[in-house]
Structure formats: C-alpha cells, structure tokens
Design a protein around this ligand. Structure first.
Ligand code: NAD
Ligand code: DAU
Length: 351
C-alpha cells in the first residue's frame, strides 16, 4: 500500500528530532518518515537504533543549507509534509560563532520553505516549524510568554530562530504556504547532548567533576520532558490551525542552582554517596554574555484548543533521565570522545 504521507523530518538524528522520529515511525506505519540530517556534532544515528530497520523509515544525509540537497530529497521522495527541527541549537556556541547559526537556522529554513512552495502546487500539505520560547526575550519576576508576546531575541541563537520564524510567517502570508509553528521551553530527557545544562551536570556529578553554574545560578528556565514536546508537535501537526503558532511549556520553573542541587540529591542516593557529597562539586563560574533571566510559557492555547498537557511530573521525568544516562555509558563515551573534550576545555577551562 502506498504511504498516505511522506514526511521530511529535518534534524531527526538530534535530541528532539530522534524522539519525534521514533514516535511517528511507531505510531503511523502508513506514513513514510524521511529523516534528513547533516549529522553535525549534535546528530547521532545511534539515537535511532531501535527504529532504523522499520519499513516506513529512511535516513538521508543532507544539509539544509544546500539548495541542491533539499531539492533532491523533495523530488526523490515526493515529500508531502515537513517537520523542521534541524538547527544549530546551543546558545553558548552561538555567542562564540554566530555565522553557522545564520546559515543553518535562517538560510536553511528559507531553502526548505522555497522547496515546499515549488513542490506543493496542489493537495493537502503541512510545513511545521519547530521553534523556541527564546524568540520572546527575557522575563522579569512576573508574567508568561503568550503567542502574542512581541519577539525580542537577545542571543545570536535566538535572533536566528526569530528570523526563521518570521520567514515561515512570511511564506504563509505572501504565498499561502500551509505552515504551523510551535515555540517550546527547555526540553530534557534521554539522548540530550551533554553541552546543555541537565546532561552536562549528570555526567559531571557521576564523574566527580566541578559543576559549572553560570553567574549566581538565579536564572530561571521552564523545563518540559522531551516526549511531551514531541506529543505536542504530533497534536499541532495533525490538529492545529494552518497559519498559527502554539506555545508549548511545562509550567515548571526552576532556578538553575535549585535544579543542580536537586540533581545532586537524586544522584547521591543513586550512587550510594553520603548526603550532600555531590553538592560540594558546585562551582560558580563567570556568567554567559547577555544571559536571559527568566523564561516561562503560557501553554493555555494548546491545552484549551487542542487538549494537550504534560504527562509526567518533573521529578518522574528527571529520574527517568538520570537512569537513562547511568545505563547508557556506551552512548556517553561515543558522544564525549574527540571534539567534545576540546569544546569542554575551550568553554570551561578558564571560566
Ligand atoms: P540538536 O542540536 O540536538 O539537534 C539538531 C539536529 O539538526 C542534529 O541532528 C544536527 O545534525 C542537525 N543539523 C544541524 N545543522 C544541519 C543542517 N545544516 N542540515 C541538516 N541537519 C542539520 O537540537 P535539539 O535540541 O534537538 O533542537 C531541535 C529543534 O528544536 C531546534 O530547531 C531547536 O531550535 C528547537 N528547540 C529546542 C529546544 C531544546 O530545549 N532543546 C527547545 C525548543 C525548541
Ligand atoms: O528555551 C528553549 C531553549 O532551551 C532552546 O531553544 C535551546 O536550543 C536550548 O539549548 C535551551 O537553551 P538554554 O540556553 O536555556 O539551555 P542550556 O541548557 O544551555 O542552559 C540552561 C540554563 O543553565 C541557562 O540559564 C544557562 C545555565 N547553564 C548552562 C550550562 C551549559 C549553566 O549555569 N551552566 C552550564 O554549564
């Protein structure tokens, strides 16, 4: 039987992308899932070992910055829909070198929009753009980001994502391309590259290494389990209104220092350490440049209109996450060998 949709998932070998691909391959055997990924340092096909022989899954190595690569995959697979996750995603790297972020996040997104516009002359299609709450800027003590909050990006990463969001809206308004967008808060879960706060702290606690907390550790993030994020994308992709954007978040705000302390307590128990032992590793280091103070999402549009809500508590999700890292040493060794060591030294040695 022919597939009813042939969905191009960009960045499917990354953290969120691999969870999305796994969900779609298993849940929708009548869709063909084409994972299109350049396999940068953040992309890893090991993340998809459990689905890579499924009959409805294909991997294509390609770069969204190359219009040839993009046109070729649209033609070869008669792509009917796009879920676009490929990006340079780490704020600290964007501060050190913004240009890769401009190329992948802005130029790459416009290449995909152009290819979709050229290929989709008739029939039903969706271009779902996955974005971030960082486009809205930084909050004070009060309030939440809603879909109406004006964009105010403040890091090179968030500026590149805001720019990509504007291009996606522009293709809807100008050409009528059937787009949907989601802007999500901080994700955590398995297969998260250990440059980001939670996996980096888990690995350092396990290895008795210093825990580098930026500034005073008072910045606040709203954490959401990655599997709840990909369920939200599934809901919006299928039931959201064309042309609209939806905020996704966990109503789960933590200061960085409270979160690191919580992880230390959880891991002291799991590693049979004395109470308070891991907390001694906490080391305050110089702050991130332009560090956004607080992110907090109002996800009531998604909850009220489409019936999505987070499925597990932070405590449950964090415990599953810590257990996954403790039980997947081989994965950790692979992703932390080579380039990761030089990245870590450059970022933290003299901080
Ligand atoms: P990630 O860095 O883990 O993965 C990015 C993936 O994109 C990798 O597989 C990488 O190989 C691929 N990629 C990078 N450049 C590419 C290119 N030029 N062509 C093709 N593939 C390329 O990122 P993530 O954390 O999984 O984030 C996925 C998306 O979700 C991003 O668009 C990000 O902005 C957004 N987002 C992330 C979070 C979060 O907390 N991680 C929250 C909200 C939104
Ligand atoms: O809000 C969504 C965004 O969340 C996504 O769009 C980004 O792709 C994703 O990387 C994430 O961005 P953050 O900058 O919030 O995540 P990160 O894990 O890098 O940092 C979380 C907080 O922890 C932030 O306040 C900086 C701080 N931090 C981070 C690291 C890596 C530290 O204190 N020490 C660290 O070593």
């Amino acid at each position: 039987m022919p597939f009813s949709k042939r969905i191009l998932v960009t960045g499917g070998a990354g953290f969120i992308g691999s969870h999305l691909v796994r969900l779609f391959v298993n849940k929708y055997p009548n869709y063909q899932i084409i994972n299109f990924d350049k396999l940068t340092y953040a992309g890893n096909l090991e993340n998809l070992k459990d689905v890579d022989s499924a009959p409805n899954y294909v991997f294509v190595k390609g770069d969204i910055v190359s219009i040839n690569d993009v046109q070729e995959v649209f033609e070869n697979f008669a792509i009917s829909d796009v879920i676009h996750l490929a990006a340079e995603s780490h704020v600290d790297r964007s501060i050190e070198g913004p240009m890769d972020f401009v190329m992948t996040n802005v130029v790459g997104t416009v290449n995909l929009l152009q290819a979709a516009k050229e290929s989709w002359k008739e029939g039903e299609h969706v271009f779902h753009h996955v974005s971030t709450d960082e486009v809205y800027g930084s909050l004070g003590d009060e309030g939440f980001f809603t879909e109406e909050t004006p964009f105010d990006p403040r890091s090179p990463y968030s500026a590149s994502k805001a720019s990509s969001d504007h291009f996606v809206s522009a293709f809807f308004h100008t050409y009528g391309l059937p787009i949907k967008m989601s802007n999500c808060s901080n994700n955590y879960g398995s297969h998260h590259f250990p440059e980001k706060l939670i996996p980096l702290m888990i690995l350092n606690i396990q290895n008795n290494k210093p825990l580098p907390v930026y500034g005073k550790g008072e910045n606040i993030r709203d954490w959401l389990w990655v599997e709840d994020h990909v369920k939200a994308i599934d809901t919006i992709f299928h039931n959201g209104t064309v042309g609209e954007s939806y905020n996704v978040g966990g109503l789960n705000e933590w200061t960085n220092i409270d979160l690191v302390r919580f992880l230390c307590r959880m891991m002291d128990e799991k590693l049979n350490r004395e109470k308070g032992e891991s907390e001694k590793l906490i080391t305050y280091v110089s702050d991130r440049k332009g560090h956004d103070m607080r992110y907090a999402i109002d996800a009531s549009k998604l909850e009220n209109e489409l019936g999505w809500k987070p499925s597990i508590t932070f405590e449950e999700g964090l415990e599953k996450t810590v257990d996954w890292y403790l039980n997947n040493q081989e994965w950790i060794e692979k992703v932390t060998s080579g380039d990761y060591q030089s990245y870590y030294k450059e970022m933290y040695a003299n901080r």
